[in-house]
Write a protein that binds this ligand. Structure first.
Ligand SMILES: Cc1cc2nc3c(=O)[nH]c(=O)nc-3n(C[C@H](O)[C@H](O)[C@H](O)COP(=O)(O)O)c2cc1C
Length: 372
């Protein structure tokens, strides 16, 4: 029984704790002959890295990734390629401050995983949250960077669209803005408003939730499955597995319940180039569990960080009622750094389905031929 792996043909197993010596993952099932070097992965990791602005945790982790296996290059080859064998990736933890967490050794932070981990396992690495820390998600981002290299033309990107009750103005959406502010915000005006808002929240010792939108463009039509491996089902599961995610919507999501049939159905016409054109995308690019070729659009809601400096009522490990104040270094809004994590999970799910579709529908190659 394993709870640390996900994916079917592109299978990722992550390992490591927040304050252990390192974190890592093993990717099993990556196709061979994909050009891959550590710098391809590093740029995505740099987006998730902590300590890059005052709006994220001040833990300073360079998150330098090393590829330990699964790639090869010799002097006859222009570039390093994947070999089809397990790719092992590792990142050293360098900025642990375990003493910051000595108080949560004896007490359960309200809203965090301390209580449930203790009840389930009877032993808990409380340092930095151990395995429940979002430190683990660095490896999802690393595996996602590998996945993004494989499906030709696929473009996966994400943005923060809401912090607390402050929503972006979609008419100002500009993808270029996403890399220009510390929030991955596509609306430059709202990014400025968020600065003041989040500063107030941070200084008060509290935290706040957020909503992320992720989009995949140039998705091949026909990936997914109609019943138990629906693309929307597996995407929701992958996104829900990200720490602090409490809601996932695909396309219009919960909103679809208030639409009429004719408003909701994405009507189809034939384009001049002989390709169908959908007149809307309420389905978020998935019909009957199978990709329609439209962009896949999902939104995910993240709860506010539970480790806060404001006192909360809880229990200690002996069952005594206590008041918990969490010090240490925490993200005031975990939604911000979750943007590249959500992108990575979307890329992994899509690649896994592309490979599974090929497994089911591609005819075996002729005996004796080399793969194309
Ligand atoms: C990028 C990211 C950073 C996070 N940082 C913190 C943090 O600094 N402090 C904290 O209490 N929770 C943080 N979390 C959330 C916890 O990991 C999460 O709430 C906890 O594991 C309990 O799991 P659950 O919220 O999914 O039930 C973070 C989550 C993400 C995605």
């Amino acid at each position: 029984m394993s709870y640390n792996s996900f994916g079917h043909l592109f299978r990722v197993m992550t390992w490591g704790e927040s304050h252990g010596p390192a974190i890592g993952c093993v990717i099993d099932g990556c196709p061979s002959r994909i050009a891959l070097k550590a710098t391809d992965i590093q740029s995505d990791l740099d987006k998730r890295r902590p300590g890059t602005s005052r709006f994220t945790t001040q833990r300073q982790e360079p998150d330098q990734v090393r590829i330990l296996s699964g790639v090869f290059q010799d002097d006859t080859m222009k570039q390093q390629l994947t070999t089809g064998t397990p790719i092992s990736l590792i990142i050293d933890n360098v900025d642990q401050r375990s003493k910051d967490y000595s108080e949560i050794r004896e007490t359960y932070r309200p809203g965090h995983a301390d209580f449930t981990y203790d009840k389930k396992y009877g032993i808990r690495d409380y340092r930095g949250g151990g395995r429940s820390s979002a430190r683990e998600t660095a490896m999802r981002v690393a595996a996602g960077a590998v996945a993004k290299k494989i499906v030709a033309g696929l473009n996966v990107r994400g943005a923060l669209v809401q912090i607390g009750d402050m929503k972006i103005d979609r008419s100002r959406w500009d993808w270029k803005e996403v890399d220009q502010n510390p929030f991955f915000c596509p609306d430059p005006v709202m990014a400025e408003n968020w600065e003041n808002y989040l500063d107030r929240i941070r200084k008060s010792g509290s935290s706040i939730g957020a909503i992320i939108e992720i989009i995949a463009e140039n998705v091949p039509v026909g990936i997914g499955a109609p019943v138990y491996a629906k693309l929307d089902q597996e995407l929701a599961s992958a996104l829900m597995s990200i720490n602090a995610v409490k809601g996932v919507e695909i396309g219009r999501g919960l909103d679809a319940a208030s639409l009429s049939g004719e408003e909701n159905a994405d009507q189809i016409r034939m384009g001049a180039d002989g390709e169908p054109i959908f007149l809307s995308n309420n389905a978020g690019g998935i019909l009957g569990g199978i990709s329609s070729g439209q962009s896949i659009v999902a939104n995910l809601a993240l709860k506010p960080t539970s480790s806060i400096r404001l006192p909360g009522r809880s229990l200690d490990i002996e069952g005594n009622e206590v008041e918990v104040v969490t010090t240490g270094r925490h993200d005031p809004c975990v939604g911000i750094r979750a943007v590249p994590i959500a992108e990575a999970m979307l890329a992994i799910v899509l690649l896994d389905h592309v490979l599974r579709d090929r497994g089911q529908n591609a005819l075996p190659r002729k005996a004796g031929t080399r793969p194309m």
